[in-house]
Design a protein around this ligand. Structure first.
Ligand code: HEC
Length: 137
């Protein structure tokens, strides 16, 4: 019984430390952020299709919440090694995502849904351009 309890405790301990390791792994964190980015993009698109400026703005907020990790050095964990250019490119893309998402909010607030959808397209281009490049590096 004591032995069973001890191994149970060990199991909990191991599961706990595994969890901690997962949190500390910047690669996993970034992949989580990527999925959040995709959610955000879907929300912006849904907002656009339903002409809901509020939903678009919520999506932009979600997207902007992920940009810090794209801008930080952590992003190197998912970029090809020995590529200074890759990191510079990631920073530039994050900057563009910030610019176009700010512009998207301004467009919605000005009641310009056509401009807002242009901004959305520009955002999507940033995602694609990094994904395509990463594969070609
Ligand atoms: C600076 C480069 C870069 C930018 C910008 C970028 N991504 Fe990614 N993304 C990556 C890399 C690298 C991977 C991992 C590819 C791999 O190893 O399979 C990835 C993976 C993903 C994944 C898969 C996550 C998983 O669970 O496997 C999704 C979804 C994704 N990105 C969405 C987006 C969206 C949406 C945007 C734009 C808002 C975006 N990404 C912008 C580099 C980028």
């Amino acid at each position: 019984m004591k032995k069973a309890l001890a191994s149970l405790a060990l199991g909990v301990f191991l599961a706990g430390s595994l969890n901690a390791a997962e949190k500390a792994d910047p690669r996993l964190e970034l992949m989580k952020e990527m999925r959040t980015m995709m959610d955000a993009m879907e929300q912006i698109q849904r907002g656009g299709l339903y002409s809901s400026g509020d939903e678009m703005k919520q999506g932009v907020k979600k997207l902007q919440g992920t940009l810090k990790s794209l801008e930080s050095e952590d992003v190197k964990a998912i970029l090809p090694k020995d590529q200074v250019y890759a990191y510079k490119f990631a920073q530039k893309t994050a900057h563009m995502l910030r610019l176009y998402s700010d512009d998207l909010i301004a467009s919605v607030e000005a009641g310009r849904m056509d401009n807002a959808l242009d901004d959305y397209t520009q955002l999507l281009k940033q995602c694609m351009s990094c994904h395509i490049r990463i594969r070609n590096w």
